[in-house]
Design a protein around this ligand. Sequence first.
Ligand SMILES: Cc1ncc(COP(=O)(O)O)c(C=O)c1O
Length: 468
Amino acid sequence: MNDTPLALGEARTETLEHGLALILESWRGFDRARSYQPPIAEHIRTLLDQGLPQSGIGPHAALDEVSEILDESLAHSRPRFFGYVGSSGLELGVLADALAGSHDINLAASAAAADLVERQTLRWVGDLVGYPAAWGTFTSGGMLSNLTALTAARERAQPGCRIDGCDGRGVVYASVEAHSSVERAVEVLGLGRRALRPIEIDAARRMRPDALAAAIDRDIAEGLRPVAVVATAGTTLTGAVDPIRAVAEVCAAHGVWLHVDGAYGLPAAATASARHLFDGLELADSAALDGHKWLFVPKACGVLLVRNRADLEAAFSHDAPYIPEIEFGEHPVEWTLEYSRPFRALKLWLALRAHGAEAFREAIEHDLELARLVADLVRSADDLELLTEPALSIVPFRHVPSRGDPDAHNRRLVGALQRDGRVYVTGAVVDGRWCLRPCIVNYRTSADDARALVDVVREVGRRIESEE
Ligand SMILES: Cc1ncc(COP(=O)(O)O)c(C=O)c1O
């Protein structure tokens, strides 16, 4: 054993055992819902206000502090976390992250077997959701996947624009309910936010292909250049899936890149009950999904799949004197944005290898069933209102007070529920109406948890109503 100041030395085995014991304790804690969210203890606040420690307290004591900090943080892994688009912190994913971190491989330059794992996992994810991926890349998530795809689309639409800059004629199309990461990508790419065309949606909140075609025709007539259409496969607000085949036909007729943003919803394409919603997916030039959402592994594990490797290389390949010659291996930095690329694929590879695809299909299907259960419970309660039928696993609904303004009431209800702590739900505004927007993407969530969500909402809703 060496004697560098940072080596754990003789404490190594005990430190690892202590770390493992804490992980096991947290996993056991996630098996069941807890009755409240502990507030941040005063001594933790004091600790987190301290300056740089010049000498350490030792690994055991510091790990104990970490354990308490985590306990007083919002864990998406808990079965009654219904906020935003959560996840699960899949146990094997946690172990893969620990092992990958130990080896600290960088997948920007060629990294031997790790490269093969990344490529195989991309193919597996493509097979799982029914997308014929020729190539792709792991990213930090939907934001970076959308940015990467749109960078490639921009270069295809205006070859050489990465060198000459944008000529101000490029436009991008997405439904009015697309994720704001699309807007941000368009800004970052220098197309300007005004170049994003928000396309109207139908009664099921899906992009209208006729409105899309009309917008593209209008822009072409004005001398503008369509760069890409982003179809959302599972909107963040309600889970709606744009009609991919019809959108793809519009794209093909106009020679426009089709990117499918399935950061949240695309894993549902692996299930028997939801597969039909993703019809036409194979026609897309690129498709994104987040392993750290509905494939349950810990953050971050974004996946971007493309039909044509050359599209990514045209957008990202470059010469740098410090990147070794290509004959020593292929370097992902030639088709990706990042120079420090953690081994994100490993957690998905390990999980798929150990559990098999069928277990994933069942877990996603289970979440879809729970969403239908929540919708049924909401429909049968006289003081609840369902705002949209769940296309996937998001169920926007609200508590209906017997008097007063339902928007103000539901806005207050979100805060009251978060303080109550038995369930964690975030709010949303659908067609100007405030509501709760539970999203079920956790393999630990059970039918009891789904029922508890509805019961707690009604109880807390009635309580704050009596105080209003
Ligand atoms: C449809 C959609 N796209 C993109 C994103 C952004 O993904 P990330 O947070 O992984 O960057 C989200 C996040 O919820 C999303 O729901």
